[in-house]
Design a protein around this ligand. Sequence first.
Ligand SMILES: Nc1ncnc2c1ncn2[C@@H]1O[C@H](COP(=O)(O)OP(=O)(O)OP(=O)(O)O)[C@@H](O)[C@H]1O
Ligand SMILES: [Mg+2]
Length: 221
Amino acid sequence: MIFVQFENVGMRYGLGPEILHDINLSLPSGSYHYLTGPSGAGKTSLLRLMFLAQKPSRGTIHTFGKDVTRKNRRELQSLRRRIGVVYQEFRMVDHLNVAENVALPLRIRGMTETSIREQVREIMAWVGLDQHMAADPATLSGGQQQRVAIARAVVSNPDLLLADEPTGNVDDDLAARLLFLFEQMHKNGSTVVLATHNRRLIEQHPHPILQINDGFLERLG
Ligand SMILES: Nc1ncnc2c1ncn2[C@@H]1O[C@H](COP(=O)(O)OP(=O)(O)OP(=O)(O)O)[C@@H](O)[C@H]1O
Ligand SMILES: [Mg+2]
């Protein structure tokens, strides 16, 4: 099955210029792609289309086989529950502590308190932050917040996992460990798109590369 399909997609913000052009793309279920390209090329914008935060200004997008350009908000929300996202700027909910932030996607799915607590503890240990579950996210370092953001994206075992520079704020050792987590998610069935500038990580775990230049997409290897 094709999880994400773009046909002749163009995108603009509001009345601004088109910043993504003629994107044709198809991501089969179980695939793993890197997304690379210079700053300002359109990586975050492409991911915004994939996690349904934005509609294309032309062309069509199918997500999990559904034409999302024709879906209303409620229908998009139910598709979005199958997608885990690591935002470039983390987006912690600041009146909730770290554990509550990570629990959010599980709450939305209506899981029991007991299994929420178990799953949150397990993933927090994995990212090395089990000592910080009760912390206010604003008191954490950038790299710690990034790990919370990753924990929140993967905790619900999403069908589609989208990550925008998820290792941009951590040292090489931690980056390798976090990449291993993405590899595990992929082995467990998640379809992954990971935007990164980190050539070394790409070489350590090779996967096909989607390269954006100035709003045009090219597929490498
Ligand atoms: N909210 C917005 N409103 C208007 N224009 C935007 C908005 N967000 C991004 N852009 C523009 O869209 C283009 C692509 O930006 P985008 O954030 O997708 O790039 P990027 O590849 O993610 O860059 P970076 O590597 O710096 O994160 C840029 O020209 C940017 O100025
Ligand atoms: Mg970006």
